[in-house]
Design a protein around this ligand. Structure first.
Ligand code: CA
Length: 495
């Protein structure tokens, strides 16, 4: 042993580990191995393996605690990063509150919430896609309701307000510490944006939004977002229409929910058309898949035993493996476009129940459901609250309630990660140096320290780091790996 000090430290760490292990204080590392994911050779080295978790803060306020597979409570953003998620998407509504300050629900996601979410994502190295709805609540093909504050504005005034709002929002989000990589100008803008539904005027609104983002930071990617890629001709027409109207953008994105949006072959073909003809990046901005058909919060799910559970394009089981398979397949379809295939975002992969109703019935079920309803109303942790009635009386105001996607999340009702979450890591095989535990490209004393810290549960290594940490190739991580790393640095060539 070249360095007795190091040896003593290693021995001390070993003893600590043995003591802690014998007391049962180190949670066994519980990386599930029941998920099989064939890696994809990505044409774009920065392929986005993203997730929208816009509801997270309202869920935490409602008492939800997220846990890794071993049951240890962790910041959701750390769990996601540890499992390979590399980008976070967040929706932003101008003013999702009534005049008394009651939130409309859906996370009550205003700029302040987006700033907090972006800051937390950046802490774990994840960029942020800011999804500006330009509405006070859900914007989709059937509704692009004007923000209250812009309601009476004519086009010119509305455009000026939108530009100012865009700039101010991005300033606020960035100054909180977020790493804004992309901005979505409008959400599901098939039939309008920002309260504007005239097809002669929509491009002017989009161009204004785009100009504001470019002026804020020209390195930020600008994305447009549509639904229904199964409408092949219409989707291609949208790209032609944007081009004819000289809308300046970088990323053409669509939603792809396999129970609604056609085949993966069609998806690749449509996106390939836009990438090839206009040189744009293409992306799936939203996808999801159920890992069970059971509900766990008392609010009906989009995919259930009675809805959206059959169809030619539902190629996967409603299990964690099936969920992982869907994510991989959608990534593969986008990647098949070529290097313009930018990535995939999973939609609301953490929108779990605020109170588990699984297996309950009768009065006990009703009591739990009423508790959930109170939380949805108070914290906005359901898809809509009763307070949304003033803004969206025909839909949210009628059908408000909880999560319709709790069975499409990557977390069990108690907040524990589901094994399918590993798809985000395993789909991309990363090269590493043996011993380079911190993955900084060289083997140094820091790597030996990282192994020691891992063994006493001070750090959590993601899978590639774990493979690297196994310096003696024993198939597991133990203090001998730290020793091996130290010996390597000291110039020994152990066989
Ligand atoms: Ca539900």
């Amino acid at each position: 042993m070249q360095n007795p000090g190091l040896f003593k430290r290693a021995l001390s760490a070993l003893l600590t580990a043995v003591i802690l292990l014998s007391c049962g204080l180190i949670p066994a590392y519980a990386q599930d191995t029941d998920i099989a994911v064939e890696p994809i050779e990505f044409n774009n080295p920065d392929f986005i393996r993203g997730m929208d978790v816009s509801s997270v803060i309202s869920l935490e306020n409602s008492g939800v605690v997220f846990r890794d597979e071993s049951g240890k409570a962790r910041d959701l953003f750390r769990i996601l990063a540890d499992h390979g998620v590399n980008y976070i998407r967040v929706r932003v509504w101008n003013d999702p509150y009534d005049s008394d300050g009651n939130g409309y629900g859906g996370g009550n996601n205003d700029v302040a919430k987006a700033a907090q979410i972006g800051k937390r994502a950046a802490k774990y190295g994840m960029k942020l896609l800011v999804d500006l709805h330009y509405s006070d609540f859900w914007a989709d093909p059937s509704k692009q309701t004007s923000p209250k504050a812009w309601k009476d504005m004519a086009l010119e005034g509305r455009i000026a307000a939108l530009k100012e709002y865009t700039t101010d929002s991005l300033e606020t989000i960035r100054s909180a510490g977020a790493d804004i990589g992309m901005v979505q100008i409008g959400n599901e803008i098939n039939n309008g944006v920002a309260g504007v539904t005239d097809f002669g005027e929509i491009p002017k609104v989009l161009s204004a939004a785009s100009a504001a983002v470019r002026a804020f930071d020209p390195s930020i990617l600008i994305a447009v977002h549509f639904t229904n890629p199964e409408q092949t001709a219409t989707t291609k027409w949208r790209a032609d229409w944007l081009d004819e109207n000289k809308v300046d953008y970088d990323v053409f994105s669509v939603s792809y929910y396999p129970y609604w949006h056609g085949s993966l072959t069609n998806l690749s073909q449509v996106l390939g058309y836009v990438a090839d003809k206009y040189g744009k990046y293409v992306m799936v901005a939203e996808t999801s898949y159920a890992n069970t058909l059971e509900d766990s919060d008392g609010h009906p799910n989009t995919v259930s035993h009675t809805a959206n559970h059959t169809g030619d394009d539902l190629l996967w089981d409603f299990t964690p493996q099936g969920q992982a398979d869907e994510v991989r397949a959608v990534m593969n379809a986008v990647n098949s476009v070529g290097e313009k295939g930018l990535g995939v975002f999973y939609w609301e992969g953490a929108w779990i129940t605020v109170g588990d109703t699984t297996g309950l019935d009768g009065d006990v079920y009703m009591s739990r459901l009423n508790e959930n309803r109170a939380l949805w109303e108070k914290y906005g942790s359901g898809w809509a609250s009763s307070f949304s009635d003033e803004y969206d009386p025909d839909d949210a105001g009628k059908w408000y309630g909880g999560s319709a996607v709790d069975n499409q999340a990557f977390f069990k009702p108690d907040g524990t990660a589901v094994s399918s979450l590993w798809v985000f890591d395993r789909v991309k095989e990363e090269a590493y140096l043996i011993g380079d535990t911190d993955l900084d490209g060289e083997v140094s004393i820091l790597d030996a320290t990282a192994v020691q810290r891992y063994l006493v549960d001070l750090v959590y290594l993601r899978p590639t780091a774990q493979k690297a940490a196994d310096a003696n190739r024993s198939g597991g991580i133990e203090i001998l790996d730290a020793t091996r790393i130290q010996r390597t640095i000291a110039g020994y060539h152990d066989e």
